[in-house]
Design a protein around this ligand. Structure first.
Ligand code: DGY
Length: 319
């Protein structure tokens, strides 16, 4: 089988594919392929190793009906039209759990950065505005004993909740499609409705997948229900919050701060008003950007392909 590796991934996965006797074409340019390049190159291959940077929509799939497997170098797969892929008999697999700690760390880091206005303070020094000691200026808020609300208590949500409970004794609330009894037993997490999550949490952190149900879930109505002292963190997908509503909620002080690893669109424009706000920290979708996580993603994406080429089963099958 011929495999197209459409982005510049760590070598470990490429070596595994070659050792398994697969014919591999790699794209070693740091810039992604443009759409037509990707479509043309995919036509020459049976398997596509891809990621969220490529829109594998109905049109893409219709022009590559022959594909057998998409191995996604990510846990999220909202860039793939799963319905069309299923209709065409294209298998989809992903790399869950490779970036659990890395992403939970970014969420936790953003929380600390926002609560103490770190990004803003850094920018002040660059602008030569350190100035003098002012006992009441730019004060942050402390996290001990606060209540954290998790939307999406999967692996990453639970890892973030553990950090909050362990480091600051936070009370953990969560809302999820199903109950997570492990988190309930381990850290006393309490299952609540989405409305209650908004109303009771001092910090809300988003860890769910982007789906039709979660698209734009954090809109004006949701921000209005949150506490004016609350912090909103999103390290899942930018489409889950409405960016204009978030900007308005922060400007009107209906919420206190926000930390984002994901935006909509990506990349965020350099002149986005969020980047000028004192209580906001934004990083450019780097949740999985550690050596450990990216190597493991490469290994799992390759393993999916090798298992598929041998007739399965696949450890990380999406559908
Ligand atoms: C993931 O794995 O889904 C990360 O967000 C990278 O796209």
């Amino acid at each position: 089988m011929k495999v197209l590796v459409s982005l510049n991934i760590p070598e470990i996965g490429i070596e595994m594919l070659r050792e398994a006797g697969l014919e591999v074409t790699t794209w070693t340019n740091d810039l992604p392929m443009d759409r037509e390049q990707l479509i043309a190159a995919t036509r020459q291959h049976d398997i596509l190793l891809s990621s969220s940077i490529y829109d594998l929509d109905a049109d893409f799939l219709a022009r590559n009906k022959h594909l057998k497997l998409i191995s996604q170098f990510a846990v999220g797969y909202n860039n793939i039209d799963l319905g069309r892929a299923a209709a065409l008999g294209i298998t989809v697999a992903n790399t869950p759990n490779a970036m659990t700690d890395a992403t939970a760390d970014i969420a936790f880091g953003l929380l600390l950065a926002v609560s103490r206005k770190m990004f803003h303070m850094h920018k002040m020094i660059i602008k030569d505005e350190w100035g003098h000691f002012r006992p009441q200026a730019h004060l942050g808020i402390e996290l001990r004993g606060k209540t954290v609300g998790i939307l999406g208590m999967g692996r990453i949500g639970a890892a973030f909740a553990h950090r909050c409970a362990g480091a600051y004794g936070m009370k953990v609330l969560y809302h999820n499609r199903s109950r997570n009894t492990e988190a309930e037993n381990d850290i006393g997490a309490e299952y609540v409705s989405f409305g209650e999550l908004l109303e009771r949490s001092d910090i809300i952190s988003v860890h769910c997948a982007l789906t039709k149900e979660t698209q734009g879930k954090f809109d004006k109505g949701a921000f209005d229900k949150m506490k004016p002292s609350s912090i909103f963190i999103n390290t899942a997908r930018g489409g889950i919050h409405n960016e204009n509503d978030l900007i308005e909620a922060l400007r009107d002080k209906r919420i206190w701060g926000a930390g984002l690893d994901v935006t909509h669109p990506e990349p965020m424009l350099y002149d986005n008003p969020l980047l000028q706000m004192e209580n906001v920290a934004v990083v450019p979708h780097i949740g999985s950007a550690t050596v450990e996580a990216r190597n493991e993603m490469s290994r799992l994406a390759a393993l999916n392909i090798i298992q598929f080429s041998k007739g399965g089963p696949l450890d990380n099958l999406v559908q």
